[in-house]
Design a protein around this ligand. Structure first.
Ligand SMILES: Cc1ncc(COP(=O)(O)O)c(C=O)c1O
Length: 391
């Protein structure tokens, strides 16, 4: 695919086209996708093996294996700040199915949903499929891309059905602070909209910041749908287990759609997720240490090569400004792939107006990240020098 052809794409289509292009580049280092590269913890894999050894594999209820729904409900207080019973949990085929089911069950054609800009654009596809209308809420570099109540309030209309809140954010690494969560909770209650709180990166918030679950705030119980899963926290992307926490009638509505489409999640994956959910968080703590080291390597590298960014407050990504190179992020990512054999995603993969930003992941081992930085540095510097000479 040529650069001109890529220019015609945005959102998920652009991201997938670049991943295809990277397959043609020998020895390319992928800093594109957001799936953890770490191994699924051994106790989780062992539980799956034991489950496979059981001769009878009865079909589980569509909303999930009862023991897994209970385990997620038990963890919900600590992980998402909400006290719920298992009937308020739906086990989904990854967070991806969860977000699709939430939009399908919640939105009627013409309903408006406030979505942060930039964002994980799979949401746009789910919203469009449900006939909903996305209303983008800008986030700002000078506010570390945190979502602010003041940016939300003017966009609320009588048609506003929901607000999507992703904390920490993919792609920016911004978070929701307690103060802003309180203001947003007040808006949700005043105007009667639902907050969909995607907390799939919630275990990876970097000190001094803390993970804040809006559903934990007074009066938000009935106004919050929490979405999360096992892909990020337990490095289990390929197992495809996510979950939604919501009032029981909403869970029943989503389960009915799930019954008509995918049915329950595969038994072996649910058994693995159960082992993950029942154990303590020691393996996640170990992952956090690994990501912290990588964050330092990539952050130092980007700064040294002259790409400006705000320190991510959580999650796996750097959201870096390409303008020092005098190039649009799409051109720069194309050139980085061709000239440095490193894949990074242009910001337009996460919202049309982000043509000066790159999303760069930390999801490679430290030595590979160092190599990626070494490869990128001369290319970025050369274009930055050329831009300076022109100005
Ligand atoms: C913000 C966000 N939500 C949900 C998902 C879905 O994750 P999965 O389907 O792997 O559980 C992703 C995946 O990258 C994501 O970035």
């Amino acid at each position: 695919m040529t650069l001109d052809e890529l220019r015609g794409l945005d959102g998920a289509k652009l991201r997938y086209a670049l991943m295809d292009l990277a397959k043609e580049v020998p020895d390319a280092i992928a800093l594109g996708r957001g799936d953890p590269d770490l191994d699924t913890p051994a106790h989780v894999v062992e539980a799956a093996k034991r489950a496979l050894a059981e001769p009878l594999q009865p079909l589980q209820p569509v909303a999930g294996m009862p023991a897994l729904r209970e385990a997620i409900a038990r963890r919900a207080r600590g992980d998402h700040g909400v006290s719920v019973g298992p009937e308020q949990v739906l086990v989904t085929t990854g967070g991806q199915e969860g977000l699709f089911l939430v939009m399908s069950a919640l939105l009627d054609p013409g309903d408006e949903i406030l979505v942060p800009d930039p964002r994980y654009t799979s949401y746009d596809q789910a919203i469009e499929h449900a006939g909903g209308v996305s209303v983008t809420v800008p986030t700002q570099p000078e506010e570390a891309f945190d979502l602010k109540a003041a940016a939300i309030e003017p966009l609320i209309t009588p048609k506003t059905k929901a607000l999507l809140l992703v904390t920490p954010s993919n792609p920016t690494g911004g978070i929701i602070t307690r103060g802003e969560a309180e203001k947003i909770a007040a808006l949700a209650q005043k105007h009667g909209f639902v907050v969909i709180s995607d907390e799939i990166y919630g275990k990876f918030v970097w000190p001094p910041f803390e993970h804040v679950s809006i559903g934990a705030l007074p009066g938000m119980r009935e106004h919050t749908i929490t979405l999360s899963g096992f892909s990020k926290a337990w490095a289990m992307t390929g197992w495809r287990v996510g979950y939604v926490i919501a009032p029981k009638d909403a869970i029943d509505g989503m389960a009915a759609i799930k019954a008509a489409t995918t049915g329950p999640v595969a038994n072996v994956s649910q058994a693995a997720a159960l082992a993950a959910a029942e154990a303590d968080d020691a393996c996640i703590d170990a992952f956090r240490e690994i990501y912290a080291e990588r964050r330092a390597i990539l952050g130092d590298g980007l700064r040294a090569m002259g790409l400006d960014y705000t320190d991510p407050r959580g999650g796996f990504f750097f959201w870096a400004d390409s303008s020092s190179t005098g190039l649009r992020a799409l051109e720069l990512s194309y050139l980085l792939l061709k000239e440095a054999s490193v894949l990074v995603f242009p910001g337009t993969g996460f919202g049309a107006r982000w043509s000066d930003y790159l999303r760069i992941t930390t999801l490679q081992p430290t030595e590979v990240l160092r190599e990626a930085v070494e490869r990128m540095t001369p290319v970025v510097r050369r274009y930055a020098d050329e831009a300076k000479a022109r100005s």
